[in-house]
Write a protein that binds this ligand. Structure first.
Ligand code: IMP
Ligand code: MG
Length: 187
């Protein structure tokens, strides 16, 4: 992991991943998606998980050359602080019928894995998707509570609270163009 000097921005104690590094990860995954889905008989559906996955989804989309459809879903698992509550709610549902389709869930981060487990169950068991795999920017593997597979991950990170590049602290700082560790003095 790289660490950059953030002395100019007191909100962060370090930069974990720059925009360039994140874009490279998206490119690597984009190529894998093209290789794996190029012979599918149907166009896969990318389900972008609002709000945090939007920036990462833009990068991933630009690096996928094959045809993909997009839809959005909003689940809330988490209420403003720095720890997951474990309770998942569907805030806005899908608009596309995913029955018998391959779904690619685009996530900002998999932490406890409870949100991802909820989504995979919803898509496959309740909505009849043929498959549901995840493309996450970050994977906090060490803190996993749910037994859920993470198929494509940009980076594995330790158990630190990170913000930027879509990830928020109390709904702000999603627009920061890198992933950084928050300075504990500001929270
Ligand atoms: P889960 O614990 O895997 O269900 O993740 C729930 C949600 O918590 C994620 O989609 C993020 O929105 C949020 N989250 C988890 N870890 C972090 C973090 O380090 N920074 C910001 N949001 C986080
Ligand atoms: Mg999220």
């Amino acid at each position: 992991m790289t660490t950059e000097n953030t002395s100019l921005d007191p909100r962060f104690s370090k930069v974990l991943f720059t925009h360039e590094q994140i874009d490279e990860a998206a490119q690597r995954i984009g190529k894998q998606i093209d290789a794996e889905y190029q012979n599918s008989d149907q166009v896969p559906v990318m389900v972008i998980v609002l709000k945090g996955a939007v920036m990462w989804a833009g990068d991933v989309m630009r690096h996928i050359k094959s045809d993909v459809e997009q839809d959005f879903i909003n689940v809330s698992s988490y209420h403003g602080g720095t720890a997951s509550t474990g309770e998942i709610k569907l805030v806005t549902p899908l608009t596309v019928d995913i029955k018998n389709r391959d779904v690619l869930i685009i996530e900002d981060i998999v932490d406890t894995g409870l949100s991802l487990a909820f989504l995979k169950r919803l898509f496959v068991s309740e909505m009849g998707a043929k498959s549901a795999r995840v493309i996450t920017m970050l994977d906090k593997k060490a803190v996993r509570k749910a037994d859920v597979e993470v198929e494509f991950a940009g980076f594995e990170i330790e158990d630190e609270f990170v913000v930027g590049y879509g990830l928020d602290y109390k709904e702000i700082w999603r627009n920061i163009p890198f992933v950084g560790v928050i300075n504990p003095e500001v929270i």
